[in-house]
Design a protein around this ligand. Structure first.
Ligand code: SF4
Ligand code: SF4
Length: 129
């Protein structure tokens, strides 16, 4: 069943354009074994960096492509930080994520539905956009 459901994140992207996305600098490719392209980050503390575009009043990650709430993708998906990797859509794996709800609300998107995790909110947004 899950294979037939669209991934709600692909029509959302709100979390990538709502919060500062920070992580340990050692996750960047400036460090041995790091993956996140360092030129897409900025230092925010001696040992921490943030994705460019997210350390500002109206965050929008530099790696986010597309229109929030319609169709989005991450330019560095396979290289993204642990912060991004660990941020899950609400009810993915059966767990509520209130921060996902809050990000979506920033863009007029309804929270994902526990019973139908991928349909209601995204479709409603597209219909009303
Ligand atoms: S706010 Fe939630 S649904 Fe939207 S992209 Fe982020 S995790 Fe996915
Ligand atoms: S790196 Fe990708 S997943 Fe992470 S905030 Fe930016 S666009 Fe979103």
């Amino acid at each position: 069943m899950a294979l037939l459901e669209p991934n709600p994140c692909m029509t959302c992207g709100a979390c990538c354009a709502s919060f500062r996305v920070s992580f340990y600098w050692g996750e960047t490719d400036a460090a041995p074994g790091g993956l996140v392209p360092a030129h897409l980050t900025e230092a925010i503390a001696p040992h921490h960096v943030a994705m460019l575009g997210t350390n500002q009043a109206k965050p929008h990650c530099i790696a986010l492509q597309g229109e929030v709430g319609q169709c989005v993708s991450c330019n560095i998906y396979s290289l993204r930080s642990s912060t991004c990797h660990e941020f899950t859509a609400s009810w993915e794996d059966g767990k509520h994520n209130p921060t996902c709800d809050r990000a979506r609300a920033n863009y007029g998107l309804l929270p994902l539905d526990e019973r139908v995790p991928s349909i209601g909110a995204a479709d409603k947004f597209v219909a009303s956009a």
